[in-house]
Design a protein around this ligand. Structure first.
Ligand code: AMP
Ligand code: MG
Length: 433
């Protein structure tokens, strides 16, 4: 009774529903993501920068390679000397990787024994692999020819001094860190991680450590979201569980809007106590969509709170920047899917990454699928088999509340809304996770 009363006192009129196709919802998010600015920058040691987003462009500090580099152990030759095979050449020395000086010139009829990674001598235009040679004292017999340029990477072939190697906005993986190391960058300028508030709602939800009553459910969404936020380059800020009661819910939403992005779960369906949209409407939120024609995840909500300008842009003491929010459906698999499809691109943009399209892999379907048309489906599946014989198969599940099924899966099979019957052996789109 008391709860009903509060509901009537606090609630503005429910918002209009705006349900779009998957492609439409995704392009709405991409449009907004393209207009947000990343936050401040910090300087980190090379290793601590792994997984972070680069805030500066990185250029080659010298030619790469800095000298013509042998890619084999063998003999540096002038290919013209190998016109007739077998050929005999005079060995005038040995060049190992990292010699004190650059090697001297190679003249006609001569060769240097050379190691992988060593500088090729001026005059040499190829390296013959040691496997095709036999050396006796200072004479080597060569039994196979080589094409000009073979087994030598020319100076600056990989990058010229001053050329751009890593763009600002790159999420630094192991290859990027290696590249930065190779040009002497022991410290890197990166963007600070966006802070992403996580607010889970529902009277039935209790904390992990609590002993749940017979009708209560442990909070798992906060944890899956925190992991996904970290994987996407954000810093999760965990809020307490919000009850299905508008005044407390509003307090916690306002707290969540202090972060760079607010992600809520639960309370966005059509139930009488699904209050998230009404509370947001009371905060003068703008809604870009309130549903997507997808399964799982149909009731997903995307919008923005606060005055006009996009997050972080135009922030000032008098007019705080507006903040984006997502209301993700509470069913655990829906929460995970909708984070991946919609929240991730916005988070990545706030983290400083440029937009990139959602790409799917493809695999053959193992067992046929019958499904109703009208929704784009992202169904938990297992990709198995070896090499070219990889096959995908749906995981049996009890619907979008079945977190165990999602745990047993290793990907989603993506089914377009016009497909009703997909035969075994057909190619299907796969979204890995
Ligand atoms: P809702 O979107 O609020 O209607 O919730 C849909 C379903 O998801 C209900 O069965 C909830 O109990 C469940 N659910 C909501 N939030 C969570 C959560 N944080 N952890 C686990 N299950 C949840
Ligand atoms: Mg709920």
């Amino acid at each position: 009774m008391g709860q009903r009363l509060i509901y009537h006192l606090c609630m503005p009129a429910p918002t209009q529903t705006l349900v779009l196709t998957f492609e439409e919802t995704r392009s709405v998010v991409e449009h907004h993501a393209a207009h947000v600015a990343p936050g401040a920058e910090e300087t980190l040691d090379l290793l601590n920068a792994a997984g972070r987003v680069l805030a500066e462009p990185i250029a080659a500090d010298r030619d790469i390679p800095p000298f013509p580099r042998s890619t084999r152990d063998g003999y540096a030759v002038r290919t013209a000397d190998l016109a007739k095979l077998p050929a005999k050449l005079k060995v005038i020395g040995e060049i190992k990787a990292g010699p004190l000086q650059l090697p001297s010139n190679l003249n006609q009829g001569e060769t240097f024994s050379i190691m992988t990674g060593a500088p090729a001598p001026p005059g040499a235009d190829a390296v013959v692999m040691v496997e095709y040679t036999s050396q006796q004292a200072d004479s080597v017999e060569i039994t196979r020819g080589v094409a000009p340029g073979e087994n030598i990477v020319p100076k600056a072939a990989e990058a010229k001094r001053g050329s751009l190697l890593l763009n600002k906005g790159t999420r630094l993986n192991e290859a990027d860190i290696a590249l930065a190391a190779s040009v002497g960058k022991s410290r890197l300028q990166v963007f600070i991680r966006p802070r992403v508030a996580v607010l889970t709602t529902g009277d039935e939800i209790v904390e992990v450590a609590a002993a749940p009553g017979p009708t209560q459910i442990r909070n798992s969404n906060t944890y899956s979201l925190a992991v996904q936020i970290q994987q996407a380059g954000g810093e999760p800020v965990l809020l307490p569980i919000a009850p299905d009661e508008p005044c407390r819910l509003r307090q916690l939403i306002e707290e969540g809007l202090q972060s760079d992005l607010l992600i809520m779960t639960g309370g966005v369906s059509m139930g009488r106590y699904d209050l998230v949209e009404q509370v947001l409407a009371g905060l003068q939120a703008e809604f870009f969509f309130t549903g997507a024609k997808i399964q799982p995840g149909r009731p997903v909500v995307f919008g923005r709170c606060g005055a006009g300008s996009p997050a972080r842009e135009g922030a000032s003491a008098s007019a705080p920047a507006s903040k984006y929010f997502f209301g993700l459906p509470g069913n655990p698999v829906s929460t995970m899917v909708t984070f991946e499809l919609f929240a991730r691109p916005m988070l990545e943009a706030l983290a400083g990454m440029p937009p990139h399209p959602l790409t799917f892999l493809h695999a053959r379907l193992k067992s046929e699928i019958h499904i109703k048309t009208g929704l784009t489906r992202f169904l938990p599946a297992i990709l198995s088999g070896k090499y070219e014989a990889s096959q995908a198969e749906l995981v049996p599940w009890q619907g979008s509340g079945d977190v165990g099924a999602r745990s047993r899966a290793n990907c989603y099979i993506v089914i377009p809304p016009d497909r009703e019957h997909i035969l075994a052996g057909e190619w299907v789109a796969i979204m890995p996770h």
